[in-house]
Design a protein around this ligand. Structure first.
Ligand SMILES: [Zn+2]
Ligand SMILES: [Zn+2]
Length: 345
């Protein structure tokens, strides 16, 4: 099959013919229909993710069509499915408690095993997969493997965002846009922060009430002013120190910070304003992915039009365009995300 391989960090991905994946007893092999290009892929591509070695095939935000099913998998050839990036084992204490994103034996394609920048992918532990609804295109559904589900679980499974509360979103990339759209659907008032005017304007057009350009400084003070005392929930969606502190400091007393951006490599350890946490009596949540049993509730919101995920996807690209898209994460980006839908091109 055709796949994009990291042969050298920060260099163009190598387009190669590699052996087709073999399925596992409890898994499926998917023909990849769409794979989002996520900032987490960029962390691997620059060499800052401990699990992404040279020779890796990136790609963890995908959906596909079953071409082979193991004897223990309940899917059939021809089924179209969405895969959460965390494929949990279903057996460990965490899985049995329902907290499957913390599974001790989880498998994550693209991080330690072959990902979906390829024509085919092996997805073990296929009990995690969800059926791709007919009314959702593969390009839109790909985000339900990572960014849309991460945002949904951050707000509903972790911070328990309530209607009428102020939600601050630091960074309006794919997960940031998802946070905005889901936050609005939940009845929250949303303030977004970014450094790209075009992205701020895009967020305002999608229902953000306030858009703050971080280049003008004083982000936390301006959010506190705009929200009449601070955000109730603030989500950091980039994974760097400045925005993490901005997120903590923009909260009102007893506010909830959620760390969605991936701190890894040189940002794995940060200097955090712990005095704000203490004095304002803040809550800090880490979050990563979404337990797969939560798919029905999110898919229902999408099916009923309560959440419209279309504005998240800016363009569909070919596999050979992935290098350009990864490089784009180095600098300011236009609104919306890129999704690979052409694996021959
Ligand atoms: Zn991702
Ligand atoms: Zn488990």
């Amino acid at each position: 099959m055709r796949a994009a391989v990291i042969r050298q960090y920060r260099a163009d991905l190598s387009l190669e013919t590699v052996p087709d994946p073999e399925g596992e007893a409890d898994g499926v092999v998917l023909k990849v229909l769409a794979c989002g290009i996520c900032r987490s892929d960029w962390h691997g591509w620059v060499g800052e993710h401990p699990k992404v070695k040279l020779g890796a095939i990136p790609g963890h935000e995908y959906c596909g069509e079953v071409v082979a099913a193991g004897p223990l998998a309940r899917w059939r050839v021809g089924d179209r499915v969405i895969a959460p990036f965390i494929l949990s084992c279903g057996e460990c204490p965490e899985c049995r408690s329902g907290q499957t994103t913390t599974c001790r034996a989880q498998r994550v394609p693209g991080f330690g095993e072959p990902g979906a920048y390829a024509e085919y992918i092996s997805a073990p532990h296929a009990h995690n997969l969800a059926r791709l609804p007919d009314n959702l295109t593969p390009a839109l559904a790909a985000g339900l493997g990572c960014r849309v589900t991460t945002a949904y679980h951050a707000l509903t499974g972790r911070a328990a965002l309530q209607a009428g509360e102020w939600l601050a979103v630091h960074g309006t990339g794919g997960v940031g846009l998802s946070l905005l759209l889901i936050g609005r659907a939940l009845g929250a008032r949303v303030v977004v922060v970014d450094v790209v005017p075009e992205r701020l304007a895009h967020a305002l057009s999608l229902g953000a009430e306030q858009a703050i350009d971080a280049r003008d400084g004083d982000v936390a003070a301006r959010i506190i002013g705009a929200t009449g005392g601070g955000a109730h929930v603030s989500v950091e969606a980039l994974g760097i120190e400045m925005t993490t502190n901005g997120s903590l400091e923009c909260l009102r007393p007893l506010g909830r910070h959620v760390q969605v951006g991936l701190p890894t490599g040189h940002t794995a350890t940060m200097r955090i304003n712990m005095n704000a946490v203490y004095m304002m009596q803040l809550a800090l949540y880490g979050t990563r992915g979404m337990p797969s049993w939560r798919y029905p509730s999110l898919l229902d919101l999408i099916a009923r039009g309560v959440v419209d995920v279309r504005p998240i996807v800016a363009r569909e690209v070919a596999l050979s365009d992935a290098s350009v898209e990864l490089r784009a994460f180095d600098g300011p980006m236009a609104p919306g995300v890129a999704v690979i839908t052409d694996f021959a091109g």
